[in-house]
Design a protein around this ligand. Structure first.
Ligand code: HSE
Length: 418
């Protein structure tokens, strides 16, 4: 039987996740893993660990031959990529939680792993405590994975829960998310959907073998959602969540985006509150499966890093089967989406762009409509996120090109127009 190797760790970053990992490792002596050095940016800060552990010189870790694992949990994407590149080229395995860095450098990171044959594990980079990456890597065959729908950002889910259930205002909810260590140091990344789309780009790779820069994936955050939207949702028995979705269409290509979306009360994702994340996977024979767990915070995130460190003991590495052993899927923008839009004035809404509008409501101040648009319209133009216009996808929003004519006819018949 293989003996588990001793892991000597060089840690970059001692913030919420780094310190969490330090504490968690102290409670898991059986792992045979210890932190030899921690590289930090600001030496003056008070830290709950011996001073001799810390350095500000990255070479003290990267040039130390005894250190065989680099754990990188900093939030400067450029610095993180440099560290990861040097570590892998220097023969060290890497565990990273830097979703922005990974999403922006996927091709290079794949290349580095191929060149060096070394593991790069990043379970903490998506859905923190939920083991979604390893699951997608190992369990689902390429052809069987029909769709993934998930809440991947803890802070925005926390804010929505606090606003719409506990009646807190947006700023107070955000402040609380920051204080609890859920939000990014620049919380715009959470609120405006950047963090979620970075995670979505990473998951698309492990799920479908798709390598796509987050700039090329349709997304927005929760910045335009209004109280009036929550009232409409309540009336209709729905919740509002920021959701990443990827679905295989009839042509075999994948539709993918991160957008606010209505979910039915009773849908597994409607039970995901506060900083929790949730992932619903639909696959060929298993049908629906639901994964649930904390998506942000010190220990939940550190638990995923710990699990990656543990996996290194038996030389686990991602094989990227969907990319290298199958024909990778392609993203497509050839489909339609059914959307809810609320807005202050009809002049902000290009009604001619809709295939059809099946419901509208014109209150004195806030108006809304439900209608169907080609997704290209949302990709090419930004009117739907300007002038306080709020876009929320409907419950089952994706309409395949092959179904559009039939559905349009039926919808117009129902409306008594044809
Ligand atoms: N800011 C992130 C979130 C942290 O709220 O989900 C976990 O990745």
């Amino acid at each position: 039987m293989e003996t588990h190797k001793k892991l000597t760790i060089g840690l970059f970053g001692f913030g919420v996740v780094g310190e969490g990992l330090y504490k968690v490792l102290q409670q898991t002596p059986s792992l045979n893993a210890s932190i030899k050095k921690v590289c930090i940016k600001h030496p003056g800060k008070q830290r709950n660990a011996p001073e001799t552990l810390f350095t500000t010189v990255k070479e003290e870790i990267l040039n130390d031959a005894e250190i065989n694992v680099v754990v990188e949990v900093i939030d400067d994407a450029d610095a993180a990529f440099e560290i990861v590149s040097i570590a892998l080229r220097g023969g060290k395995a890497v565990v990273s939680a830097s979703k922005k860095m990974i999403a922006e450098h996927l091709p290079e990171i794949l290349q580095l792993q191929q060149e060096t044959g070394l593991p790069f594990l990043c379970e903490a980079a998506a859905c923190a405590s939920i083991p979604v990456i390893r699951n997608l890597e190992e369990y689902y065959d390429n052809d069987l994975l029909h769709s993934i729908k998930a809440i991947v950002n803890g802070s925005t889910n926390f804010i929505l829960t606090k606003m719409f259930e506990d009646k807190l205002d947006f700023q107070s909810a955000l402040l609380l998310a920051k204080q609890l260590g859920f939000a990014e140091s620049n919380p715009k990344l959470d609120v405006e959907g950047y963090d979620a789309v970075n995670k979505w780009s990473i998951l698309l790779n492990h799920a479908y073998g798709i390598v796509e820069h987050p700039d090329n994936i349709l997304f927005t955050g929760i910045q335009n959602i209004q109280l009036s939207d929550a009232l409409v949702a309540k009336e209709k028995g729905l919740d509002i969540k920021l959701i990443g979705q990827a679905k295989k269409l009839k042509n075999g290509k994948v539709a993918a985006f991160v957008l606010p979306q209505f979910v039915k009360n009773g849908d597994p994702l409607s039970f995901v509150k506060n900083e929790y994340n949730g992932v619903v996977i639909e696959s060929g024979f298993a049908d629906k499966q639901f994964f649930y767990g904390k998506g942000a915070g010190s220990f939940p995130t550190a638990s995923a890093v710990l699990s990656d460190i543990s996996a290194l003991r038996y030389n686990y590495r991602y094989e990227y089967k969907k990319r290298y052993h199958h024909t990778p899927h392609e993203l497509t923008n050839e489909y339609f989406v059914k959307v809810y839009l609320s807005f202050d004035d009809w002049k902000y809404i290009p009604r001619e762009k809709f295939e059809w509008i099946e419901e509208w409501h014109a209150d004195a101040d806030r108006k809304y409509l439900i209608g169907v648009l080609p997704v290209q319209e949302l990709i090419q133009n930004s009117w739907w996120k300007e002038n306080q216009t709020s876009l929320i996808l409907t419950v089952d929003p994706i309409i395949d090109n092959l179904d559009i004519i039939h559905l349009k006819k039926r919808s117009l018949e129902l409306a008594g127009i044809q």
